[in-house]
Write a protein that binds this ligand. Structure first.
Ligand SMILES: O=P(O)(O)OC[C@@H](O)[C@@H](O)c1c[nH]c2ccccc12
Length: 261
């Protein structure tokens, strides 16, 4: 069993537990009265050379605990002050020490579009995302069949959410493109081995039609990395660990972006 398989097993347990506490119909009514989502795609499509989705990430299976003094609201505020276009909030609890409450708290504190970063396999999680204030939901091609990808993408859109669909395996590209999502993420981390290589995004970029906005994800550390990806046609980057490890997150975010504003 790979780590990804283990995460999905736990995720399904969490969903069953959450559904028992709060029925789907309850979430449906809760989202009915919400204002429309912010435009995640537009925030990345405009402005400078490469836009930043900065991630609130407390821990990960590969890195363990990334940061001791963890205050999601303060971190998100620092990201935004330093120029992040969007914020990603990890909500998986067992493996990433995240929480839907972090997403809620960040929603109250900042005005930029937010991504729910989790292992989404069920419509219920999309409802939770929308209710907690997300504007976009991550879908991972390695966790879902081609049919499930289409179904969850359509369900997300019906709720007013956008989707960022991520893949690592080149063989999943057709399934991702077939959903019609305008936002395609290339994960540089092989979730089976945790190894990251930013060349992976650069190679995969060439295979993706120009009408999709490509997000380079994982293992991005420096301004040079960002520039290299930008030159290869990558419009946005998703960065967590390298920023979360720095004592001064705001300063680190400025350094990553450089004069790329
Ligand atoms: O912390 P990094 O290496 O900067 O990576 C951020 C983000 O790409 C990573 O957290 C991620 C990408 N896809 C995921 C899917 C699930 C959990 C986590 C992820």
């Amino acid at each position: 069993m790979t780590i990804l398989d283990k995460i999905i097993v736990e995720t399904r347990k969490t969903i069953a537990h959450d559904k028992a506490n709060r029925p789907e119909s309850d979430l449906e009514s809760a989202i009915a009265g919400l204002p429309p989502c912010r435009d995640f795609h537009a925030a990345l499509a405009c402005g400078g050379l490469v836009q930043l989705i900065a991630e609130v990430k407390r821990a990960s299976p590969s890195a363990g605990l990334i940061r001791d003094d963890f205050n999601p609201v303060q971190i998100a505020e620092q990201y935004v002050t330093a120029g992040a276009a969007c914020i990603s909030v990890l909500t998986d609890e067992p493996f990433f020490k995240g929480s839907l409450d972090y997403l809620r708290d960040v929603r109250r504190a900042v005005d930029v579009p937010l991504l729910r970063k989790d292992f989404i396999v069920d419509r219920y999680q999309l409802l939770q995302a929308r209710e907690a204030g997300a504007d976009c939901a991550l879908l991972i091609a390695e966790c879902l069949s081609a049919d499930e990808l289409v179904k969850l993408h359509d369900e997300a859109v019906a709720m007013g959410l956008q989707t960022l669909i991520e893949l690592f395996e080149p063989s999943n590209l057709d399934a991702v493109l077939a959903t019609g999502t305008p936002l395609v993420g290339i994960n540089n981390r092989d979730l089976k081995t945790f190894h990251t290589d930013i060349e992976h995004t650069i190679r995969m970029r060439e295979l993706i039609p120009g009408d999709r906005l490509v997000v380079g994800e994982s293992g991005i550390r420096t301004h040079d990395d960002l520039i290299r990806l930008g030159k290869a046609g990558v419009k946005a980057v998703l960065v967590g660990e390298s920023l979360m490890r720095k004592p001064d997150i705001e300063q680190a975010t400025r350094e990553l972006l450089g004069d790329n504003r």
